[in-house]
Write a protein that binds this ligand. Structure first.
Ligand code: ZN
Length: 59
């Protein structure tokens, strides 16, 4: 699960961001992913494993 995640995809994660959104735009992939919150545009860097473990949707 999650092996096909590419830049430009929108991932839906299990945990809700404080702004209320579950969805993140993928800006960079690798050992760490750079994600932008769809709700508030907050940027985070997280390990690939965290994204894969918490993935609930991909588009
Ligand atoms: Zn947010």
């Amino acid at each position: 699960m999650g092996m096909n995640i590419q830049v430009g995809n929108i991932v839906k994660l299990k945990k809700k961001h404080p702004c209320g959104s579950f969805e993140w735009e993928v800006l960079r992939v690798g050992a760490d992913f750079k994600l932008k919150c769809i709700g508030c545009e907050h940027l985070i860097m997280v390990p690939r494993t965290m994204v894969e473990k918490n993935l609930r949707g991909l588009r």
